[in-house]
Design a protein around this ligand. Structure first.
Ligand SMILES: NC(=O)C1=CN([C@@H]2O[C@H](COP(=O)(O)OP(=O)(O)OC[C@H]3O[C@@H](n4cnc5c(N)ncnc54)[C@H](O)[C@@H]3O)[C@@H](O)[C@H]2O)C=CC1
Ligand SMILES: O=C(O)CCC(=O)C(=O)O
Length: 530
């Protein structure tokens, strides 16, 4: 069945076309609609693509029972309830860097427009005027510009300002002094001090608990009556009431704003003030940025739907190497092993030990571990489990994990072994290897050795090692019209215990499973679907 993709923000036509062409998707395109206008579609959607118009809050998520992926066709994720999305296993991703230049150019546009009164002179002339003295402005050359947040956009604004021969200062407590040096920017240790030293203060930080209202009356006071404030990052980084007051009282000279606290219905008095220059959140609205964003969204959504780890995830746990084919193939194996454990285990695990051997022992194994957790939790937890919430679900099950690495292992280039233990002396060990990064093999269940491809419908049978058991299994499956595709047998000691792993072409019903369990000497039967 096709996945439903609901798009509630305006996307570049190439992206829409790419989604339309994909027969595995049912596209619903409702740009700039209000919640009630897409609520019914949302109930069916597996994927939601948004821009700034849609707040992904608890209310929206509760109306989206099928939702697996949220793609934010932008950078800022402040309007997404990330904790709740994570709890629900919904993958959130964004498109960092794709609109950086556009946002930085708009910032310069706002600064120049404000310093040279370009919007007013434009309007004046459109109304038939020709007053060449009314619009005398200020140069950017020689001014001191203070950047708050020297990230993607901040960097670029710094570069452009230097191109105008302005002096550039920045405050960003999260980056190293080397970054300031590399960008020829003087580092200032706090915001108040930055505001005091510069003529133009421009913010380029995300909106979060720490940055909300960080530009307050005191900071604006430090900027002073000749100073200008610019915000093309997020409304609310500056306290808008205090900003309005500072402008009305001449505490600062003016402000240029692309982003507002209450979009699309910003504070009217602020917008209308003659010392405030505004644009309706158009920092990313260029053909170039939207094309780059559109392409990224299409690639990332497809990757996510294939179950791969996307490049710009926002709420996945820390995952190291994801481009290594070895790690990817062992992660696929680990997910299958986890799923198998979830289907065959007879006790509640309290502890899982991951043993990485050979080459993978020296690599970042975080994705392998997470994949096992996802495979296991998907079998035992009610509700959707993804890479996003697998680790949380494992925690909720009260399972402790540890890892050990044996790089000197030499039987295979790499191998994965997972030991699961319960509170008593119950335990289950499972292991596998991958050949040529493609061929997955299950090699170990407890002390039984195999070389089995873990896929499709399988049956695990454990029995006493006595003659006739295999024949009986084959006979009963034939009676149920179930075709056997592979049969792998292992035993620990002669006359001891034996285990068979059968590949079958269709699923086994409960009565058919019971029928095999009833075979003499059979001690355990499990149906597995991988
Ligand atoms: N107007 C528009 O249409 C657009 C707005 N944006 C917004 O611009 C802002 C910056 O975007 P990017 O540069 O891409 O993000 P980024 O993540 O690359 O950079 C943000 C920087 O802010 C710094 N930072 C975080 N907290 C800070 C604090 N308390 N004090 C000082 N610095 C702090 C970080 O260390 C980082 O260097 C975001 O809010 C983004 O949503 C981005 C693109 C378009
Ligand atoms: O254009 C948009 O939808 C929002 C752009 C933006 O503010 C961002 O990328 O953070």
């Amino acid at each position: 069945m096709a996945n439903v993709i609901l798009i509630t923000g305006k996307l570049h036509p190439e992206a829409i076309e790419a989604f339309q062409k994909d027969s595995s998707l049912e596209l619903i395109y409702k740009p700039d609609c209000k919640f009630d206008q897409f609520k019914t579609d949302l109930a069916r959607a597996q994927v939601l693509v948004t821009r700034s118009e849609t707040a992904i809050d608890r209310h929206l998520i509760d109306h989206a029972p099928e939702l697996k992926i949220v793609a934010r066709a932008a950078v800022g994720v402040g309007n997404i309830d990330l904790d709740y999305a994570t709890e629900k296993g919904i993958l959130v991703m964004n498109t960092p860097g794709k609109n950086t230049n556009s946002a930085a150019e708009l910032t310069l546009g706002l600064i120049l427009g404000m310093l040279r009164h370009i919007p007013e002179s434009h309007n004046h002339m459109k109304q038939g005027g020709w007053d060449r003295h009314r619009f005398t402005g200020r140069e950017l050359r020689g001014k001191k510009v203070g950047i708050v947040g020297l990230g993607n956009v901040g960097h670029r604004v710094a570069k452009f300002c230097r191109g105008f021969d302005a002096e550039v200062f920045a405050y960003d407590p999260y980056i190293s002094p080397a970054v300031f040096q590399k960008n020829s920017v003087e580092q200032v240790k706090n915001l108040q001090e930055l505001a005091r030293r510069v003529d133009i203060l421009t913010v380029h930080v995300p909106k979060n608990k720490e940055t909300t209202g960080m530009v307050d009356g005191e900071v604006l006071g430090a900027l002073g009556p000749e100073g200008y404030f610019v915000n093309a990052a997020r409304g609310g980084v500056a306290d808008e009431q205090e900003l309005l007051k500072a402008i009305q009282e001449g505490v600062i000279a003016g402000a240029a704003l692309d982003t507002f606290d209450n979009e699309p219905d910003p504070l009217g008095e602020l917008v209308r003030h003659e010392k405030v220059w505004v644009s309706p959140h158009i920092g990313a609205s260029t053909l170039e940025a939207q094309l780059a964003i559109g392409k990224t969204v299409v690639e990332q959504v497809k990757k996510a739907l294939e179950g791969a780890v996307v490049d710009y995830h926002v709420n996945l746990p820390d995952i190291g190497v994801i481009d290594s084919p070895v790690i990817k193939s062992y992660s696929t194996l680990a997910e299958k092993l986890g799923s198998m454990v979830g289907q065959i285990i007879d006790f509640n695990p309290s502890h899982v030990r991951f043993k990485y051997r050979g080459d993978i022992a020296e690599m970042d194994n975080s994705l392998i571990k997470l994949s096992f957790m996802k495979g296991y939790a998907s079998q035992v937890v009610d509700g959707f489990v993804s890479f996003v919430n697998a680790s949380n679900e494992f925690d909720k099950l009260g399972i402790q994990c540890d890892e050990d690495a044996d790089p000197d292992f030499s039987s295979y280039r790499s191998a994965l072994k997972v030991q699961i233990t319960g509170t008593g002396n119950q335990s289950l060990t499972i292991g596998g290897v991958v050949f040529e990064n493609r061929h997955l093999r299950l090699t170990l269940v407890d002390d039984f050795y195999f070389e089995v491809e873990p896929r499709g419908h399988m049956i695990l049978v454990e029995n006493e090692d006595k003659p006739g058991v295999i024949g009986d299994i084959g006979h009963r499956l034939a009676g149920a019209n179930i075709n056997i595709s592979s049969f792998n047998l292992a035993r620990n000691t002669q006359g001891g215990k034996a285990m068979a792993l059968l590949g079958i072409d269709s699923s086994l019903s409960l009565p058919q499973l019971k029928d095999i369990k009833a075979i003499k000497y059979v001690t355990k039967v499990k149906a597995i679907r991988l």
